[in-house]
Write a protein that binds this ligand. Structure first.
Ligand SMILES: *Cc1c(COP(=O)(O)O)cnc(C)c1O
Length: 379
């Protein structure tokens, strides 16, 4: 079955007890046993919950994966993945990652003796040292929207005997399926496009490797970073409209990027869908469209601050991937934790999460802010 059909039906038979068309929110912590040890596969909700089971089956299918494991947040998923490693082992990671992932690696795992090598997206597929256990890629990267070559990264990782993990949060499986390109593990913040309505925090990991899957299921119940039934249900509901939402996100982002690209108050637009983007061809070769995130450089940090203050439809907020448009300043907000890194986000960089409102309204909102910003930042 096609993606759109699986997004609505996979793992979601009508409820056998009542015929309920939507999977119920099994808001329970425990399950009655017929006799000691005899139950229907559910004994305690940290270990398993039917609403979570449905989400895991559906989202795994969308990633083209045999196995899916849901978590309480994207970082909960990342922490659990890091428990596949032992202190002393090396991680090679792309340097332009979500600020929270950078902070976790730098401030939580490095002090414990895990070793990290940071690389730019462009030089990512260079030789990976033989003692590397895990290669961590985010593509498109956040917030600079560079593209990492997933096929080349998989080859380099596998040559070193490492596993390749791809954070697919920005693209979603509708636009990019890393497992089909050679990755071993896909990780998500379902808080973003998969939930899609800015009303839930969640994480997810998908894999086709049975050994990794078994270990992750063990770690899911043993570490306990699990989503509650209602959160699992919200993400499951979000998935049903993922395809139509992503089409509109991409269409609107294309319009916004083209508008900004022509605007004299904008220094440079970072959007892989623009032919002028250095990784445009690479993006085309591994994504079916370019996503809903657009970053751009204003002429100064002051201008950038003004623009963020002046937009009305684009709400000033962290996060991304919801139906509503958001604007933010990575250097001061989502990526403040990379401020001391050599690859800190430029201070005049603005990141947009382009929502699914009317593209005309979105462009008009940006136009009004861009016209007023220079005057407002001088006053
Ligand atoms: C938000 C985000 C995360 C972290 O996910 P949470 O759900 O906030 O814990 C990880 N990676 C990317 C690319 C993100 O955007």
């Amino acid at each position: 079955m096609d993606f759109e059909t699986r997004a609505i039906h996979e793992g979601q038979e009508p409820d056998p007890a009542t015929g309920s068309v939507t999977v119920p929110i099994y808001q329970t912590s425990t399950y009655v046993q017929e006799e000691v040890g005899k139950h229907k596969g559910y004994d305690y909700s940290r270990v398993a919950n039917p609403t979570r089971t449905a989400l895991q089956a559906c989202l795994a299918s969308l990633e083209g994966a045999e196995h899916g494991v849901a978590f309480s947040s994207g970082l909960g998923a990342t922490t659990t993945l890091m428990h596949l490693l032992n202190p002393g082992q090396r991680v090679v990671a792309v340097n332009d990652v979500y600020g929270g992932v950078y902070r976790m690696f730098k401030q939580v795992y490095e002090p414990k003796g895990y070793r990290f090598e940071w690389r730019s997206a462009a030089e990512f597929a260079a030789h990976v040292p033989g003692d590397t256990a895990l290669v961590w890629v985010e593509t498109p990267t956040n917030p600079l929207l560079n593209i990492v070559d997933i096929r080349a990264a998989a080859e380099a990782a596998h040559a070193a005997g490492a596993i390749l993990v791809v954070d697919n949060t920005f693209a979603t499986p509708f636009l990019q399926r890393p497992l089909e390109l050679g990755a071993d593990v896909v990780v998500h913040s379902t808080t973003k496009y998969l939930g899609g309505h800015s009303d839930v925090v969640g994480g997810f990991v998908a894999t086709n490797d049975p050994t990794i899957a078994e270990r992750l299921l063990f770690l899911q119940k043993s570490l306990g970073a699990v989503p509650g039934p209602f959160d699992a249900w919200l993400v499951l509901r979000g998935l049903k409209t993922l395809a139509v939402r992503m089409e509109r996100h991409c269409e609107n982002a294309r319009r916004v990027a083209a508008f900004l690209d022509e605007h004299p108050a904008v220094e440079r637009v970072l959007y892989p869908g623009l032919e002028s983007h250095p990784d445009h061809e690479l993006a085309r070769s591994q994504m079916s469209d370019f996503g809903g995130m657009v970053s751009f450089l204003a002429q100064s940090e002051e201008d950038a601050l003004s623009i963020c203050r002046l937009t009305k439809l684009f709400a000033l907020a962290e996060s991304l991937g919801g139906v509503e448009s958001l604007i933010e300043l990575p250097a001061r907000m989502t990526h403040a934790s990379t401020a001391d890194a050599p690859f800190a986000a430029p201070r005049e960089l603005i990141r947009l999460s382009v929502g699914i409102e009317s593209a005309d309204d979105l462009v008009a909102d940006l136009e009004a802010a861009l016209v007023q910003a220079p005057a407002s930042s001088r006053s």
